[in-house]
Design a protein. Structure first.
Lengths: 173, 313
């Protein structure tokens, strides 16, 4: 029996500015079967209440998400928004080429707008000695059933920027 | 069965060597410049020794082999694109004479499937092509068994050279040029590796799979192809960090056929290592079928040829 596929979720938390607070906020996620995908920790900007906003992307089996949110609240963590946008699927692609010239920050913004996708993770490496052949891994959270649309948008982006895309196989996205 | 073997490369020679074990006689064999014909069956040792020593299989002209009294022609000359000659012409001559044709040569059925089928309809002979996709793997026989209309998609690793290079690059963190040189030293890659690393060979196999599943209409030009030469080690590292790897995957579904480097989970069935091949079929009633094995090699491919011969009536 195969396990149900993980779903990607976004949580917005508010933390007090105290040592260990971030770790305290994250452990209920792992303890309840969640897998952290990214943490956006805006230490410089404070909420009107003087707290630090944190955005957490995670994936977990479909039945665990509510449990994770409950566990966070039980642990005294302020959960501002749980899945304001419900993303059902995650898509990972590799991009290869002159990523510096491609100026991807702007392009990824466009991608989020037109493909109703959210960039969960973007990891870049350089090929030593090969400036025009860097690689990046892009992970997108997309609405359920729209992985194909997101991939088409990535393909268009890559064509426009003269990059190669290594796509996932459909179904294994 | 009395066999005429066209082509004396690794596959042709292995067919000659193994035919007797399968209960068949080889009555003629030809390479590009010579032929040996014996109505009561050739002695494989004699022919193979002569090929090794002198570079020719016998004292005859290649046309003599086509004119011999055989039941099935084994077409194992090198795959060519476009008009697929001389392989297509050999198949045509056999079918015109109401003989069976067993193809190891991909060209005729990747590039001129409709023409081959039209010739077969007019002939008392039958055409089989198991050896053209996935070497020893019984991919086409499985599709035939399931029923092509009940196969909704086929995908797989269809080129051992490209798979060897990608899996070595991923495992050792080596660059493409380094692993290619190693593959050439091992005889896994040819001196000119273009056919394999640019995806052409895998694309021909996809065209054949698409023709078999959809009843024709595909050629190399109908397959969207990208090879592996644009996959740097850094991309494989990024895939690895994420529990994935990259394989050159050929895919056939309702939308068409394509070949390209794709991300697959590192423990996925499709992530075979080294020179192994795999064909994965999605079927209407039987779910997913996986067939993996050796996709190339003389005896391996000859076993697919001889299995086809055994399927002829």
């Amino acid at each position: 029996v195969s396990e149900p596929a993980n779903r990607a979720h976004t949580l917005r938390l508010e933390l007090t500015d105290e040592p260990g607070e971030l770790l305290r906020a994250l452990s209920p996620i792992a303890d309840n079967g969640g897998n952290l995908l990214s943490i956006f920790h805006e230490r410089g900007s404070l909420t009107p209440r003087g707290r630090i906003p944190v955005e957490v992307d995670l994936e977990c089996p479909p039945d665990r998400f509510d449990q994770i949110v409950d566990a966070l609240r039980d642990a005294g963590v302020t959960v501002i928004a749980a899945d304001a946008e419900r993303y059902g699927d995650a898509v990972t692609v590799l991009l290869v080429g002159d990523l510096v010239a491609a100026d991807l920050s702007d392009a990824l913004g466009q991608l989020e707008e037109c493909a109703s996708a959210s960039v969960v993770d973007f990891t870049l490496t350089d090929e030593p000695g090969q400036d025009d052949r860097a690689s990046a891994r892009l992970r997108l959270a997309v609405a359920s059933g729209s992985a194909d649309d997101a991939l088409a948008a990535v393909r268009d982006l890559a064509d426009e920027k003269d990059l190669h895309v290594v796509e996932p196989l459909v179904g294994d996205a | 069965m009395r066999l005429a073997v066209m082509g004396a490369g690794a596959v042709g020679r292995s067919v000659l060597d193994l035919a007797g074990e399968y209960g068949h006689d080889v009555v003629a064999v030809a390479d590009s410049g010579s032929a040996a014909v014996a109505e009561d069956g050739l002695d494989p040792e004699v022919v193979l020794d002569r090929k090794r020593a002198e570079g020719s299989v016998g004292g005859g002209d290649p046309a003599d082999a086509l004119a011999a009294d055989y039941d099935a022609l084994v077409e194992a000359t090198p795959t060519t694109l476009g008009d697929a000659e001389p392989g297509f012409g050999h198949a045509e001559a056999a079918l015109d004479a109401d003989r069976h044709v067993v193809l190891a040569n991909k060209g005729p059925v990747a590039e001129r499937y409709g023409d081959v089928r039209a010739l077969a309809r007019e002939s008392a002979g039958e055409v089989r092509m198991e050896a053209t996709v996935g070497g020893a793997i019984p991919a086409l026989a499985t599709i035939e068994g399931v029923g092509p209309e009940r196969v909704t998609a086929a995908r797989g690793v269809l080129n051992g050279t490209a798979n060897f290079i990608l899996s070595r690059m991923a495992a050792e963190g080596l660059n493409y040029e380094h692993v290619l040189a190693e593959a050439q030293d091992l005889g896994v890659a040819e001196a000119d590796p273009t056919f394999d690393v640019e995806g052409t060979d895998a694309a021909l196999k996809c065209a054949i799979l698409a023709n078999v599943i959809h009843g024709g209409g595909y050629g190399l030009a109908d397959v969207d192809v990208e090879g592996i030469t644009n996959v740097p080690p850094s991309a494989l590292d990024l895939a690895d960090e994420d529990g994935r790897t990259v394989r050159l995957i050929g895919e056939v579904d309702q939308d068409g056929a394509r070949v390209g480097p794709r991300l697959v989970p590192e423990n996925d069935t499709l992530a075979v290592s080294g020179t192994m091949n795999i064909v994965q079929l999605e079927t209407e009633h039987a779910g997913r079928l996986n067939l993996s094995g050796r996709g190339a090699g003389g005896p391996e491919t000859a076993s697919a040829v001889l299995a086809d011969v055994s399927r002829l009536d």
